[in-house]
Design a protein around this ligand. Structure first.
Ligand SMILES: Cc1cc2nc3c(=O)[nH]c(=O)nc-3n(C[C@H](O)[C@H](O)[C@H](O)COP(=O)(O)OP(=O)(O)OC[C@H]3O[C@@H](n4cnc5c(N)ncnc54)[C@H](O)[C@@H]3O)c2cc1C
Length: 432
């Protein structure tokens, strides 16, 4: 009899943790596991703000799939369609012809993408904050703006370079803004002629609260703290336009800004709509409490792209976060194995424990099991919690080393923005 094939679409939180558990628990010759992802690494997203600030080396927040999943087949490229009807998926490798992949069991976990609104200029001038590439680019960009501002006598160029706008007050936006502002404020002492008052950092949020993940009181406290640091918080405000780097807000204010970061929510990866997966009205894959795709006994889904019933809050669905994704992966792997072996499956149940957020060096905010923490204790909890969650001993050690070195040496202030055009100087040399 042929060995059953398990296809995992997406090697992020759900995909990587599911594959890890499967490779540990599968008996020899029981099944073949293939993981298909756009990248050959899993990104530990909660550390992206610290990577952007330079507290952690960017390579240390990604986990190489080929190393940790050494018993799985790893395919790098884009899955373009998943079909339940004939149990096939279409795959486009980064180079070479497309492939059709047959499977017996399926795990769909392509996560979410930034939810853009039709704001003029947003797609051209904005940047998201979901990937390691975006975090690295933003770090280089912000430091590059300090270089520009310190090297020009033109007040308009300087003002535009030193204006940083973030849209969306969830943890991704607040942490990214707080960490980058902290880094830039710390770097200013090396930029003669620039003062903190010359920089303008702004958070634009459509609702009347920020950081809902840590509860209303801690959200208010965070807004107060950020304001005390000179960061403008515009609640109940929308971005109307960003054309030509000219920011127009719904309260009527208009100004120029070189930096626009869009973190106003996520939506399920559009891949889930490309085949015959059953979707709910928000575009998420419909799954039952056992994480089986609705109406099937061979396909599973979890994470940001699935509508997983939250059994601790009947009638509600689990919010898209890593806390759920990691635990769902465990249940999913066990249920898939049970399906393979004809054993009983168990439903997914986890009561949300709360959130921790870092707001720059030694600053943080947290709400865990109803307990509220602020300042240094929250920051310490953020670091301790995420370090324990970071996959592999290797990465944990490297991150700990980064933090330890950071206690003794200042953060790097070099912008390596030119890395995006590595052949530029060589090409110029060829012309001279
Ligand atoms: C900046 C930031 C900070 C965060 N902080 C926290 C936090 O503190 N606490 C918390 O609980 N959560 C946090 N989250 C949310 C958390 O990271 C997500 O909820 C979690 O990653 C979801 O897991 P997932 O497996 O569904 O998706 P992901 O981890 O995003 O994985 C999806 C994978 O699918 C791959 N993929 C996508 N499309 C395709 C395709 N067509 N073909 C092949 N592969 C594809 C991607 O490359 C990716 O590897 C944060 C998110 C961000 C962006």
């Amino acid at each position: 009899m042929a060995v059953p094939r398990i296809l995992i679409v997406g090697g992020g939180y759900v995909g990587m943790y599911t594959a890890l558990r499967l490779q540990r628990r599968l008996r020899r010759g029981e099944a073949l596991v293939t993981v298909a992802d756009l990248d050959s690494y899993m990104t530990y997203q909660p550390f992206l703000p610290e990577a952007a600030a330079g507290n952690i080396e960017a390579r240390h927040v990604v986990v190489p799939l080929r190393r940790v999943l050494n018993k799985c087949q790893i395919l790098s490229g884009r899955v373009t369609q998943v079909r339940l009807g004939d149990r096939k998926a279409e795959f486009t490798p980064h180079e070479g012809p497309d492939l059709t992949i047959d499977y017996d069991y399926l795990v769909v976990a392509p996560g979410s993408i930034s939810r853009l609104l039709p704001v003029p200029g947003l797609a051209e001038y904005g940047i998201g904050f979901k990937t390691i590439e975006e975090a690295i680019a933003l770090r280089n960009h912000v430091l590059g703006r300090l270089d520009i501002a310190a090297s020009t006598p033109d007040p308009e160029v300087r003002r535009k370079a030193l204006t940083f706008v973030f849209v969306g007050g969830g943890y991704a936006g607040v942490e990214a803004l707080a960490e980058l502002e902290d880094m830039a404020a710390g770097a200013l002492k090396y930029f003669a002629g620039l003062r903190r008052e010359d920089m303008r950092w702004m958070l634009v949020e459509a609702t009347d609260r920020i950081l809902p993940e840590v509860g209303p009181d801690m959200g208010k406290w965070t807004a107060l703290q950020l304001r005390e640091r000179g960061i403008e918080i515009r609640m109940g405000t929308l971005l109307k336009s960003a054309e030509g780097c000219r920011i127009v807000l719904s309260d009527g204010e208009e100004f120029e800004a070189d930096t626009l970061v869009w973190t106003a929510g996520v939506k399920p990866n559009p891949l889930v709509g490309a085949g015959d997966l059953p979707l709910d009205k928000r575009g998420r894959i419909r799954v039952d409490p056992y994480l089986r795709v609705h109406g099937t006994d061979f396909a599973f889904a979890a994470g940001d792209s699935a509508a997983v019933p939250d059994l601790t809050r009947p009638g509600e669905f689990c919010p898209p976060n890593a806390q759920h994704a990691v635990r769902q992966a465990k249940t999913l792997a066990d249920n898939l194995l049970a399906a393979l072996r004809g054993e009983a499956q168990r439903p997914y149940r986890h009561k949300y424990a709360g959130s921790v957020a870092s707001l720059g060096l030694y600053k943080g905010v947290a709400q865990i099991y109803g307990r509220e923490l602020r300042g240094f204790p929250a920051w310490l909890m953020h670091r301790t919690y995420h370090l324990t969650r970071m996959p592999t001993f290797n990465k944990k050690t490297r991150i700990l080393m980064d933090w330890t070195l950071g206690l003794f040496f200042p953060r790097e202030i070099v912008s390596l923005g030119a890395i995006e055009e590595p052949r530029k100087e060589f090409t110029l040399s060829a012309r001279s």
